[in-house]
Design a protein around this ligand. Structure first.
Ligand SMILES: [Zn+2]
Length: 709
């Protein structure tokens, strides 16, 4: 997941994004005079430090990092990806940071060959590779084969069936038309769901292979001029990407993939068994144009210049995929860390990270995020040389193998879970930090006011005002509202921290039109011409990162906003009420509503008491520590140790990715999955369970308030 034009999930879906009703103004809106969590005496020096750090990220350096890190395709498990590790570590050492590399040995089969033929009419091998384009030297370099990550191996020949987006409802529609994909080669278009769901559904319905193509309606010529004349996907562009639906190394579910740990057999990993191959719309035309059979439902027509049909046949195809799993399926991956030890609360961690791996040169996804982390690290390292060591430890991380299923960050979270449970203050994610000019942000509602506040301090590169002011202008929100922010469902490296541990997270980035997601053409030339020609938005993302880590690391009281959190939660109740009413159940949200109301009240009392205490002067260190320890327990109380019934690894009960879609976000998943399962008794008990957890979170805020005195 990451940020698109507003807030989307670039890791998985470049053009879709979740937008909810804009929240009311948060309880906190710091002005020049006050800053939540800071005593009056500390505000001026913190503002000066932040201003110093925010001034440092530099477009010219960002451009140089970007050029180096996107000089070659750097897929996890390859020598090129080991070179990005070495580059980042050398840079962070040169900044004077302490560094660490952690290695995990994960299941990561790399393809050895891929072929697709149209067998009839007219035998033709389809040219799968993305050809070089004029004026773009990187496009001519070695590229990663067009095989989806964790595709099965196989060699199958069969009739072709068009399955629209390959959603659960698309197969239901095919069933109603009397059409089966059993033994057939399914062709699905990208979009509307995570591609892993498409693979799962194709396999579940008996398809022998799946081809997934980028329809021009989604990110090609229907949307704009295509590369290299414009930013959108051309007829040869391919979206690679993983089709694994889990998080973390498939071979070590729930524990870190360290040497000597047991590995589960491949049959239990939940990776697809059938070959899954991404293709361009040029190649998809070769298969779809000749399809006959059933008239399609009108909504199944895409942007190619002929009438689509479902088939099966008469077009037949052959799909062949082989990989190296028999001899070397397990490979090392490497996370990197640069850190500044905290002076007062060294065990409390403020982490900013981004994934370092890609499917190609990856200039947007995710060299831009890596560059943001690097430039933020340099800004902070230089700003604190004047003697302002942060109170808390700041960690600058880059993750490996995010693209395969969040492997690097997940293995790290599983490795360090006790430390993170105790001291993890926030995880800030940078995934596709800059590929356009439009700001988007999101995360846990507890951190949203801080992100808005830092966005007020960072000038927008367009010169017209702050990032915040431009964000407001572009969102065209009413004076009484804030721009909408994204909810953390899943799909990028925050998932381990958020979904598994219940740590607060935030993310942001600058989006824009693009059709090179997971393509060889996501490269330096594309970025220099279309994405961020001046690399000014790369620098702006880094400025926000620098401001965020300093604000969170130096606060006397961590500035979580549980008033905004509780208000945001209240907005989710009417939809549950409607669902209960439509089932005509007696189940009620009254207890949950009361618990969330209680949280808002307690949070308001706490903020007032905090502000009063800090207005009177700073608190003794021990009292700060006691308040903060209590605050660290608030969102953890909303994570259930045994997890969701459907997915025990997912413990956070506030937001999760919908398991039937992978992109769509589900709020209060324990309750909403019980409703979906049509189980009134379970729904009733899940509402009661969630209400109790909100009460526990409220008690944590109350003990923070008690510790202030
Ligand atoms: Zn990404």
């Amino acid at each position: 997941m990451s940020i698109a034009t507003v807030v989307g999930r670039l890791h998985r879906l470049p053009l879709g994004f979740t937008l909810l009703v804009a929240p009311l103004l948060g309880a906190q809106q710091s002005t020049g005079a006050s800053m939540p969590g800071y005593s009056a005496a500390a505000v001026a020096s913190e503002r000066a430090l932040e201003a110093d750090a925010i001034a440092r990220p530099d477009p010219a350096r960002a451009r140089a990092h970007s050029r180096t890190l996107s000089a070659e395709t750097h897929v996890s498990g390859t020598p090129a990806q080991a070179r990005t590790r070495d580059y980042v570590i050398a840079q962070m050492k040169a900044m004077g940071l302490e560094t660490e590399v952690r290695q995990y040995d994960v299941f990561l089969p790399l393809p050895t060959a891929v072929h697709v033929w149209r067998v009839s009419p007219g035998m033709k091998e389809l040219p799968l590779a993305e050809p070089p384009v004029a004026g773009d030297p990187t496009s001519a370099l070695a590229q990663y084969p067009t095989v989806n990550g964790y595709s099965g191996q196989g060699d199958v020949t069969a009739d072709v069936v068009y399955v629209n987006y390959g959603l659960i409802e698309d197969y239901a529609q095919l069933d109603s038309l009397g059409i089966s994909v059993k033994g057939k080669i399914a062709v699905a278009r990208y979009g509307r769901s995570f591609r892993g769901i498409k693979a799962r559904e194709a396999e579940k319905h008996g398809a022998a292979a799946l081809l997934i193509y980028s329809d021009p309606q989604d990110d090609g010529y229907v949307r704009g001029d295509v590369y290299p004349n414009g930013p959108m996907r051309n007829r040869n562009g391919v979206q690679r990407g993983s089709v694994f639906n889990g998080d973390g190394d498939p071979a070590t579910p729930g524990y870190a993939a360290k040497p000597g740990e047991p590995r589960i057999p491949e049959s239990r990993m939940g990776v697809p068994l059938i070959p899954v191959v991404p293709i361009s719309y040029g190649n998809a035309s070769e298969l779809l144009e000749g399809l006959r059979g059933h008239e399609i439902p009108q909504s199944w027509q895409g942007g190619l210049p002929f009438r689509y049909h479902v088939g099966p046949g008469p077009v037949r195809a052959r799909v062949q995929v082989t990989d190296d799993r028999a001899t070397k399926g397990t490979k090392p991956i490497y996370d990197t860390f640069g850190f500044v030890r905290g002076s007062e609360f060294p065990d409390e961690l403020v982490i900013v990270g981004g994934h370092r791996d890609a499917w190609g040169p990856g200039t947007a996804d995710n060299v831009s995020g890596t560059v943001s982390v690097l430039e933020a690290a340099r800004a902070v390292a230089d700003a604190i040389k004047a003697g302002h060591r942060p109170k808390r430890t700041i960690v600058f991380a880059t993750w490996d193998a995010e693209e395969w299923g969040l492997l690097g960050s997940t293995e790290y979270v599983e490795d360090d879970s006790l430390r993170l449970m105790r001291g993890g203050v926030a995880y800030l994610n940078q995934d596709v930090a800059a590929q356009g000019a439009r700001f988007g942000g999101g995360g846990s509602p507890s951190l949203r006011p801080t992100l808005r506040d830092i966005a007020r301090e960072v000038p927008d590169p367009n010169g017209k005002g702050s990032v915040y002011a431009e964000w407001r202008r572009a969102s065209a929100v009413a004076d009484t509202a804030e721009p909408a922010m994204g909810d953390p469902g899943g799909g990028s490296d925050f998932a381990g921290f958020y979904n598994h541990l219940g740590m607060p997270i935030a993310e942001w980035g600058f989006g824009g039109p693009g059709g090179v997601y997971h393509s060889q053409y996501d490269d330096f030339n594309w970025m220099s011409k279309f994405g961020d020609p001046g690399f000014v938005y790369h620098a702006a993302a880094a400025k926000i990162a620098a401001g965020m880590v300093l604000r969170l690391a130096n606060a006397e009281i961590i500035p979580y906003d549980y008033v905004e959190f509780a208000r945001t939660m209240q907005r989710y109740l009417p939809a549950i009420d409607r669902a209960l009413a439509s089932h005509q159940w007696n189940a009620s949200t009254a207890a949950l509503r009361a618990a969330i109301g209680g949280m808002e009240q307690e949070a308001a009392s706490f903020s007032a008491a905090r502000d009063d205490a800090l207005a009177a002067g700073t608190l003794p260190r021990e009292r700060q520590a006691a308040v903060n320890t209590a605050l660290l327990g608030v969102e953890r109380a909303l994570a259930r140790p045994e997890g969701l019934r459907t997915r025990p690894w997912f413990r956070n009960l506030i937001y999760v990715a919908d398991e039937n879609n992978g992109y769509a976000n589900m709020v209060f998943p324990s309750v909403n999955e019980a409703i979906r399962a049509n189980d009134e008794r379970l729904t009733t008990s899940e509402i009661a369970d969630l209400a109790q957890r909100f009460e526990a979170a409220t008690r944590a805020i109350a003990s923070a308030r008690a510790a202030l005195r």
